[in-house]
Design a protein around this ligand. Structure first.
Ligand SMILES: C[S@@+](CC[C@H](N)C(=O)[O-])C[C@H]1O[C@@H](n2cnc3c(N)ncnc32)[C@H](O)[C@@H]1O
Length: 189
């Protein structure tokens, strides 16, 4: 949606690095297992923002496509890839209107929730492909400031991925702190 592009462009303009310079801790913790288990090196970073995770994956040998609606976020991502000595295929798309056509060995979905996209993400995985999901959980303190449509419910991630053919290799919900989160690593059968 155009309003998402405008909202995220403003956020990315207002800070040097909206979600920090470092890749996700979950991704860093899992990278060795990911490299061991992924059937190949073709990766997709859903709603990649300023590219911190796309660049990290590229530096770890993946051929990465990063998708996002924010042109400001993506231009920062391109600069980050250049500075990091890697090439990433960043594309501006509205994921609400987007169909994932290609097949991937690895898909990241971090800090973004579009429930209707999840079945297509699983479909887009090659057999044995990995999907890492990590985003915000609903909690009383967040419900006042966040749109509830973009917050995961308790147990939702496990329940969702438990219904697909494959294995949940890791799953965790952290309810403490001011930003509760759920994360999961799924491997398609
Ligand atoms: C919290 S940021 C997460 C960025 C990145 N995944 C990370 O963890 O660093 C959410 C991202 O979703 C993107 N986004 C929001 N709505 C979108 C849409 N409809 N299509 C594509 N990207 C969208 C925003 O531009 C923003 O970069």
């Amino acid at each position: 949606m155009e309003s998402d592009r405008i909202k995220w462009n403003k956020r990315y303009e207002s800070e040097d690095s909206y979600l920090g310079e470092r890749p996700s801790l979950f991704l860093m913790n899992e990278i060795e297992r990911i490299k061991r288990l992924a059937p190949g090196n073709k990766a997709l970073d859903i709603a990649c923002g300023e590219g911190r995770n796309s660049v990290f994956l590229a530096q770890n040998g993946f051929n990465v496509t990063g998708l996002d609606i924010s042109d400001i976020g993506l231009s920062k991502a391109v600069a980050r890839a250049e500075a990091g000595g890697v090439v990433v295929n960043f594309r501006r798309v509205d994921l609400e209107q987007f169909e994932i056509i290609e097949r991937y060995d690895l898909i990241l979905n971090f800090n973004f929730l579009l429930r209707d996209l999840i079945p297509s993400e699983v479909r887009a995985l090659k057999p044995g492909g990995l999907l890492l999901f990590d985003t915000i959980l609903e909690s009383p303190q967040l419900l006042s400031s966040h749109n509830p449509a973009y917050l995961l419910r308790k147990g939702e991630l496990e329940q969702l991925f438990g219904s697909y053919a494959g294995k949940i290799l890791f799953s965790e919900e952290n309810h403490s702190g001011d930003m509760p989160t759920a994360r999961l690593l799924f491997q398609k059968a």
